[in-house]
Design a protein around this ligand. Structure first.
Ligand code: PGA
Length: 222
């Protein structure tokens, strides 16, 4: 049985109190429904400011959640106003999303910047989850986990087909020797169609990860 990564990308959502409620509900449901997480790695990528609080709660309550960042600075620590560098994130995360299509589109992140960001993540011994919209996009050689996220499927309610996602995942794996996740309008009803495919090793979930019950159903059905 393959191991699956179930990654929740909260994007620019959730206040501190909303995050606490999410964790509370997640824990209650997880215990109530006795979901088997043996082959599943649950990762949440909240906004930066929530990382210390979530880390503390996850540790206190021994929750089976690992944390990731949604982005990282291409620069090191120092005079870079507004940036969050790898060493500032070090204590809180195991993973970091790099190259999400929203970063590429709204913040003009190009291949050169994304290469530097991957370097920052890997340089601090964390794991990049590198997003691409097709099998042609360049992937830095240090990357081991790729998320295939076609732009049309993100936040649209219209996911790719599992068959097409499988074909693209296989091509990405063949070219780059990486594991591939699928992302774009994943929910609890369609997740199994993707995770049952040979070359798909998990999912990157945006909107549906904001609701703890729906996210846990995704984890359960994956
Ligand atoms: P979505 O977002 O699940 O809301 O489509 C996925 C993503 O952007 O990572």
């Amino acid at each position: 049985m393959k191991n699956l990564f179930i990654v929740g990308n909260w994007k620019a959502n959730k206040t501190e109190s909303e995050a606490l409620i999410w964790l509370e509900e997640f824990q209650k449901r997880l215990e109530g429904e006795k979901i088997d997480l043996k082959h599943k790695e649950v990762i949440i990528c909240p906004p930066f400011f929530l990382l210390p609080l979530m880390k503390k709660i996850i540790k206190q309550r021994v929750l089976p959640i690992r944390l990731g960042a949604q982005d990282i600075s291409q620069f090191g620590t120092g005079s870079y106003t507004g940036e969050i560098s790898a060493s500032l994130l070090y204590d809180y995360i195991d993973f970091c999303i790099v190259g999400h299509s929203e970063r590429r589109r709204y913040f003009n992140e190009d291949d050169e910047i994304l290469n530097k960001k991957v370097g920052m993540v890997v340089g601090s011994n964390k794991i990049p989850i590198f997003c691409v919209e097709n099998a042609e996009k360049p992937i830095p050689k240090e990357v081991k986990i790729v998320a295939y996220e076609p732009v049309f499927a993100i936040d649209s309610g219209s996911p790719d087909t599992p068959e097409n996602a499988q074909a693209i995942a296989a091509e990405i794996t063949r070219k780059n020797s990486t594991e591939v996740l699928y992302g774009g309008s994943v929910n609890s009803k369609n997740v199994a169609g993707f995770t049952q495919k040979e070359n798909i090793h998990g999912v990157l979930v945006g909107k549906a990860s904001l609701d703890s019950a729906e996210f846990l159903s995704i984890v359960k059905n994956a």
